[in-house]
Design a protein around this ligand. Structure first.
Ligand code: GLU
Length: 512
């Protein structure tokens, strides 16, 4: 039997989770569910300088909002707890020490000034890369160049030091990425990365590898920005003696600007006026507010559907997917290599689809609240009818109320072009006849009966109904197009309908 799939989402709480991070979490989740595996959440907070208060809570809330369920990890607990890296420092220290003991890592005492000086020397010598590596390390202040008792003495005296990886000089490093195929790198291109920092905390690289191993991760699914680090990670697995159980890698394509070239940035979002964070975020230091998909009115199911197709396609024409359908169709092999253009119009289209699918009762409170806030009375029944009439015409639930302007307000003006084309003697006769007919209308004022009443009145007056419908709409709403007119009348009610017909007869004049 093959090992059960275990994947992880491993964000760093350095600010609001980017929407690309939500996509990474989603792909991990879809893969885990599809394979009957487990989805872990690990908080990678070892960079104390970049820690931002509230960011972890934001991550958890974002995942909850889109419906990504965590099986094990931060906020859930599990057999490998704690799942916050800052609470696991002894584990990393132990592994770093093991690497030192085995001669695969070393202590380095260089000060910032000394590192700067090295960088300058290398630059002046036109050396290819200014870095700490198998050649330059021998000119630096570290346990490879210093005497053992001096090293001990410094450590005992509490001098600051870091632990660096002793990268081999000549070794092939290969990995077979599920999405990108073979990646080959020569170890001479990898520098002696810091594994443990002077504050005793590990760097991302060490903590990430140690935890993925200890937590039994089988697949590392993450953004393309981590691809350059992957060879180093393979090397770390090798050095730590875990290469035979190393997870498989899948590096997801970048999210590109709406125009398609270059990486999507916060600036693109600001310029385009669209969100690139799942939830609204208030920066705790500057108070600056960044837009969120949720607060902009995107439904979680639309957001998920949009993100799922940013970099993956099912190989069919199907575009609308529930989470369960995504789980059933998802396949890492169908994730693209090429970057995915962030097309916000597509997100709006998905939202339109999902707003339509919401029940009238679910959307009604939004309309009712907006109407009441604007000073109108609006019963739940009326709000529901408005939703039924208009939800197919909007991208966002909040736009239903905007679209309902002609329901809440009698026309203040009338579309001039329509008036010029359609307001003629027949129109005046039709509107008058219908108004008169409504005077004797009794019973429930509902669309079907209104339709009959109108039909009868037009027949009696000898007017072809098709010819005057636009004028009728103009009289009632001020414009020449809009949603079902009978339902509109039902919603505004008999008295208001008659009042508007009357108003139009006074305000509109037949051009001679
Ligand atoms: N902590 C890293 C991040 O913030 C995780 C990268 C990975 O998944 O290995 O994206």
């Amino acid at each position: 039997m093959s090992t059960p799939v275990r994947v992880r989402f491993a964000p760093s709480p350095t600010g609001p989770l980017h929407i690309g991070g939500v996509r990474t979490a989603l792909y991990n989740y879809l893969f885990a569910r599809k394979m009957g595996g487990k989805m872990l959440l690990r908080i990678e907070d070892t960079d104390q300088n970049r820690f931002v208060p509230g960011a972890e809570e934001y991550i958890l809330e974002s995942l909850r909002w889109v419906g990504i369920e965590i099986d094990e990890g931060q906020s859930m607990g599990g057999p490998h707890a704690p799942y916050r890296q800052s609470e696991r420092r002894e584990i990393y220290q132990k592994e770093a020490q093991r690497l030192i003991d085995e001669g695969k890592a070393y202590y380095a005492f260089d000060t910032a000034e000394e590192l700067d000086a090295m960088r300058k020397r290398l630059e002046e010598a036109n050396a290819p890369a200014a870095q700490y590596n198998s050649i330059t390390r021998m000119q630096m202040r570290n346990s490879l160049t210093m005497k053992a008792d001096e090293v001990r003495a410094r450590i005992d005296a509490g001098d600051p030091y870091v632990i660096r990886l002793k990268t081999p000089r000549k070794e092939e490093v290969r990995l077979n990425d599920i999405i990108r195929g073979w990646v080959n790198v020569h170890s001479s291109a990898i520098d002696d990365k810091v594994l443990l920092k002077s504050d005793g905390l590990p760097t991302y690289h060490l903590a990430n590898i140690v935890d993925d191993h200890l937590m039994g991760i089988t697949h590392v699914i993450r953004g393309e920005e981590w691809l350059p680090s992957a060879p180093l990670h393979v090397l770390l697995y090798r050095y730590l003696g875990w290469e035979d159980t190393m997870p498989q890698f899948a590096h997801l394509p970048l999210l590109l600007k709406p125009e398609g070239n270059g990486k999507l940035s916060k600036r693109d979002a600001d310029l385009g006026g669209f969100p690139i964070f799942p939830l609204q975020w208030t920066d705790p230091f500057t108070g600056q507010v960044a837009k969120g998909f949720r607060e902009e009115g995107y439904l979680p199911e639309a957001t998920v559907n949009f993100l799922a197709l940013l970099g993956w396609n099912p190989g069919t024409e199907q575009e609308l997917f529930t989470m369960d359908e995504l789980i059933a169709s998802f396949d890492l092999a169908q994730v693209h290599k090429a970057g995915a253009r962030f097309d916000i119009q597509k997100a709006q289209w998905f939202n339109h689809q999902y707003v339509r699918q919401r029940s009238d009762a679910e959307l009604a409170p939004t309309v009712q609240e907006q109407a009441e806030a604007a000073g109108f009375t609006c019963s739940p029944e009326k709000a529901e009818k408005i939703v039924a009439l208009l939800k197919g015409r909007v991208n966002f639930a909040r736009e239903i109320f905007t679209e309902a302007g002609t329901i809440f307000n009698a026309p203040a003006t009338y579309d001039e072009a329509i008036a010029a084309a359609k307001w003629n003697d027949d129109a005046v006769r039709a509107v008058t006849a219908f108004r008169d007919a409504l005077q004797s209308f009794d019973g429930a004022f509902v669309a079907d009966d209104i339709k009959h009443a109108l039909g009868d009145a037009m027949q009696q007056a000898g007017i072809k109904q098709g010819k005057i419908m636009q004028a009728m709409r103009l009289a009632l709403t001020g414009s020449g197009a809009g949603p079902d007119l009978m339902l509109t009348m039902e919603i505004i009610g008999k008295d208001e309908t008659m009042k508007r017909l009357e108003q139009a007869l006074g305000a509109l004049h037949v051009k001679s």
